[in-house]
Every structure is written in C-alpha cells, then in structure tokens.
Write a protein that binds this ligand. Structure first.
Ligand code: ATP
Ligand code: MG
Length: 564
C-alpha cells in the first residue's frame, strides 16, 4: 500500500482503514458489518453499502459479518432474510458470521435496566405527539417531560410492564435521560425502547418492549467487535449518540481499544426510480409492478431478472465511487456499466421483434444452407452455432422502406444490403395488402457473395439480421423503460404513484428468434443482433420463450430526451 498509484485509487474510507491498520488501532483488527433490516428486498443502494462493507474487509484482510437488524417485528419477515442472503451471495460476497440484533435483546435489556438504575433513563407515559411537541428546535431547548424525574423504582416497574404484553402499543416508552437543551436534537432524551405487540420472526412472543435503532446499533457493533461501522451520511448527526451509548456501555474501560467507530459515505440515489423500501413495498403490494423482482425495480433481484450481471452492478458502484456529499446518479450510468459488461459476456443471437416476410425470389425453394454465426466476437473460444438460410426469411419491418431517404442503408428498391453471415441481396420491391401495408419484401441474392467467400468483400453500406421462416420460433419480448417519468421522484411533492411511467413495460408477443436460443438456460445473457442486450426471463418455457430487454445497444433514451 506504500506506492502512490495504489493510494490514489483508495476511497476516503479505505484511506481511514489503511491508516488505522498502520497505526495498530484495534489491535490490528478490521471488522465491518452489513446491517440490513429484513423489512424488504435489497436494492441497488444497498449494493453500494455491500460493496463498501464487504469490499473493504476483503481488500485489507478483515472480516465482514452480516447482521440482520431485526428490532422491529412489525415489518420484518423471514422471506426478506432469505432474499437478502441470496442477493449478497449473488453479488459475489461472503459474510464471516451471521448475526441478528435480536441475539442481543437480553444484553440490551440489561443495559437499559442499568441506565434506569443509574438515573440515566426513565419511562415516559406521554404520547409520541406530546414528546415530539416538547423536543424544541435546534436553537431552542426542549421542555422536560413531567415523568423525567420520576423515582427510579417506578421506571423499573413500568419498564417490566412495557415488556409484559399487558400494555397497548404507544402507552409508554423508555427514554434516555441526557440533555433536553443539547444542540444535537438526538440527545434530547431519545426514546430507546417502545412497545410492539407483534410476534418476532425469531424470538416469538418473548418480547414486547423493543430497542430503537440508536439504542441497538452501536451496542450490537460493540458486542460483535466491529471496528469500522460504515453507514450512510444521514447518520452523521446520530454519531455522537452512538458514541455516548458505547461510552456508557463500556463503563469507563479503556476506550481506545476494541471500540467501534462510525464512518459515513453518501447514499446512492438514482434518477427515475425510488429507493425507499416503503415505496418499493407499496409498488409491490398495490400491484403497480409484478413483484420485488419485476425487471423495472431497482432491487437487486429486479436487476438480476432484467439481465444485469453482478459484475455490471459492481462496475457501476465503482464508477460512481464514495464521497461525503449527497448526489443524484444518472440511471444511464448504470446502463453504460451494463453495456460494457454485456458486450464481453453476451451470446449473440438473431431475433426479429417486428417481423415482415422477405422472399429471396431467385433462391431455389427447395434449397437450404447452414450459415455460421459467431457466438461472441469478444470471446472467440465460445465458438459458433449455425443458422438455417432459405428462400423465405423474416426481417424487421423497419429494415424496409419503399420511399427511403438518401441515408437509408437498408432495403429499399434497387439497393443492396448484406444479410449477416449470408449473402448480399438487392431489393426488388414489395407486396402490399388492400390497406397498403407491406406484407412481403422481395429481393434477389448474389450467389457469389456468401460470407467468407472470395466475392464477399464487395462493399455494401447496410448489414441486416434475419431468420429463416422454416427455422425460427415465436417468442415474447418485454421491453422496459424508466419506471418513473420524473428525474427525482423521491423529491417530488406529488404522490409517487402519480409519477409512474404508464409505458414502462411494452410486451411484444409476435417476435421471432432462432432455435439456438431454446438451448440456453434461463438467465442467459444475450445480445440480439443490432437490437440490444436481452435476458431469458424466468417465465420462459421451452414451448414459449420469454425475453427481457436489459438495455438497448446504444443510449437511445438520452437521444430521445434531447429531442424534446
Ligand atoms: P429504510 O428505508 O427502511 O430506512 P434502509 O434503506 O436504510 O431502510 P437498511 O436495511 O437499514 O435499509 O439498510 C442497510 C444498510 O444499507 C445501511 O447501512 C444503509 O446505510 C445502507 N443503505 C440503504 N440505502 C442505501 C443507499 N441508497 N445507498 C447506500 N447505502 C444504503
Ligand atoms: Mg435503515
């Protein structure tokens, strides 16, 4: 780590870690944790935290544990726990130990009791509204609760009662007794325990009083021996309280060793989507998307189903980096990372999304040929597969135009194009139905121009993809667009439901694809020649192939936007 090149490429948190290790802090240990609350599926924002928490431990010889921050049974579920584990592993990370904040409920309870006994916590019987009204403002001190100085014995008895199951939620809370005038609002007697009368997915009905985030998080870090507790910037104002509770817990022992420190980096915010779990849950529950793994969702499982590889997601996280300033990242950067990755990875196949017939009128009706198609020009070792060529083909409707402008390099009467991996053909006309719609395009091929043959080097401006009518399958293709119509739906005062893009999903159900695609497993990364990157959807069956468009070949969206 001495040379400058390596140093330059470190982010500011890695620099802190390197320095702490060099200074021998924490006995030379490095321990991080990723602490999701199992109340929803992980999204691309969590991927940023995961890459930091696991990445820094991996890079500098430490360990990163997975801690499920399960202190609120109201919204938590084992389904989410399983999904979280799957998504972390899919991203390519492995945790050291698996912990649960609920493992510490006894210790946290004992700590709270100790604080009450030391006169540092009290039970407040006011409503949350009353407590909020007494908080004051950053410049004006708050007002003390009438219960602030109640006898210790009374608080102890009521705290027991809070956990008995006899009391309704909201009846009372336990508050730390710190400083109602503190400039940091988090010190104004923060609530540290509240009543929740709901079964916990791990501890059942043992508990009715549950610790708040600020009372559970730092202590959990401490119990586990976390050295670097990395989180996002909104926790900066919580840090002094985090330190306060750790100090109290440590009871004046040497604080310089084996104590966790909190470090903060900027959240990932992405344009045209939302990242709040509450909103993502609403989208799922209200059927506004087709589940957590809907390919339009910013969830990790949604991105996976859409056709993003873990490497593409991690590449994107690398591109945006870690800073101390909030920012809004452009969705097109995520797509650029996907293109860069999929170009190396994707198997090339031919598919026609809007088919029209192309007849090669001088090609014998009873003849067929097998043409070689390269699977991936970026990875020659992946070999080739064959495609059947015949007189009757499918091409894209917009690859023919009767009256074409000058720079139209596709099929128009009199013009030559190459059919990829096959022959050069010259368009001779078309057949139309009674309404004037083109039902068949006509062309003649030049037998001397077969790809790979001596005559093949004749220059033509356009190359089209095609399928043989005898040897293609019907399939469904799902095209996706931005989920929201506005750049920053999270910051918009309108309800986020009103901002949904009604055209975010377009289903094309009369597409054609070469049979080779049928041999590939669900989840395969594909490039449809000239069209974009696609993925075989989990709805796909051998008799009905279904594809998701991951991303188009070029950033057509930016172009369209500039035109408006
Ligand atoms: P909620 O919306 O319920 O508050 P959350 O998004 O904060 O939840 P957690 O499960 O508490 O989700 O998050 C686990 C970790 O992921 C935390 O350390 C949090 O800082 C981090 N994280 C959450 N959202 C983002 C984001 N958009 N960018 C970077 N890190 C994030
Ligand atoms: Mg949170």
């Amino acid at each position: 780590m001495e040379n400058n090149e390596t140093k330059k490429s470190l982010n500011f948190i890695e620099e802190i870690v390197v320095k702490d290790l060099a200074d021998g802090k924490n006995g030379g240990r490095l321990q991080t944790r990723f602490p999701p609350e199992p109340n929803g599926y992980l999204h691309i924002g969590h991927a940023k935290a995961i890459c930091m928490d696991f990445g820094v431990a991996e890079k500098f010889g430490g360990v990163c544990n997975l801690r499920l921050d399960d202190t609120n049974p109201q919204k938590e579920d084992d389904e989410y726990v399983q999904a979280i584990k799957r998504d972390i592993e899919w991203l390519g990370f492995r945790w050291g130990n698996l912990y649960h904040a609920s493992d510490y409920f006894d210790q946290l309870w004992a700590f709270a009791v100790r604080l009450i006994k030391e006169g540092k916590a009290y039970v407040d019987e006011q409503t949350s509204e009353q407590i909020a009204a007494q908080k004051g403002t950053p410049t004006e001190p708050g007002t003390a609760s009438p219960f602030r100085d109640r006898p210790i014995e009374e608080s102890l008895a009521l705290f027991e009662k809070m956990n008995s199951g006899e009391l309704p939620e909201g009846a009372m809370v336990l508050r730390a007794k710190i400083d109602m005038a503190n400039g940091n609002m988090h010190f104004r007697d923060p609530v540290i325990y509240r009543i929740i009368n709901k079964e916990h997915h791990r501890t059942g009905d043992k508990w009715h009083a549950y610790p708040m985030y600020d009372f559970a998080h730092g202590q959990s870090d401490f119990f586990e021996g976390v050295t670097h507790s990395i989180c996002t910037l909104e926790f900066v104002p919580h840090r002094p309280l985090y330190d306060y509770f750790v100090d109290e817990l440590k009871e004046g022992k040497d604080l310089n060793d084996n104590r966790p420190h909190q470090f903060e980096f900027n959240r990932l915010n992405l344009t045209y989507t939302v990242m709040s779990k509450r909103k993502l849950l609403a989208l799922v529950q209200e059927g506004l998307v087709c589940g957590w793994d809907d390919p339009r969702m910013p969830t990790i499982c949604g991105l996976r189903r859409r056709g993003y590889s873990p490497e593409a997601v991690r590449r994107f996280i690398d591109m945006i980096g870690y800073t101390k300033y909030e920012a809004l990242n452009d969705y097109s950067m995520l797509e650029a990372a996907a293109r860069e990755d999929l170009n190396k990875r994707a198997t090339r196949v031919s598919a026609v999304l809007h088919p029209v017939r192309l007849t090669i009128t001088n090609y014998p009706a009873d003849k067929t040929e097998l043409m070689e198609a390269v699977n991936n020009p970026e990875a020659p070792e992946e070999g080739t597969h064959t495609m059947l060529f015949s007189r009757n083909l499918w091409i894209e409707q917009d690859d023919f135009m009767e009256d074409a402008p000058k720079k139209y390099f596709r099929l128009t009467p009199g013009q030559e194009v190459r059919l990829k991996n096959a022959y050069i053909v010259r368009c001779t006309g078309c057949v139309k139905d009674a309404d004037g719609n083109v039902t068949e395009v006509l062309a003649e091929y030049d037998p001397d121009t077969k790809s790979g043959m001596p005559g093949a080097d004749r220059r033509v401006k356009g190359t089209l993809h095609w399928l043989s009518q005898e040897d293609s399958l019907d399939c469904e293709v799902r095209l996706y667009d931005r989920l929201f119509t506005v750049e920053n739906p999270g910051a918009d005062e309108r309800d986020f439901r009103e901002l949904l893009n009604p055209d975010s999903l377009q289903v094309l159900d009369h597409c054609k694809i070469e049979p080779y695609a049928q041999s590939l497993p669900v989840g395969s990364y594909l490039q449809f020649q000239r069209t974009g990157y696609f993925n075989i959807d989990s709805d796909s069956t051998p008799s009905r192939l279904v594809f998701n468009r991951t991303v188009s070949l070029k950033d057509t969206w930016a172009k369209a936007k500039n035109k408006d």
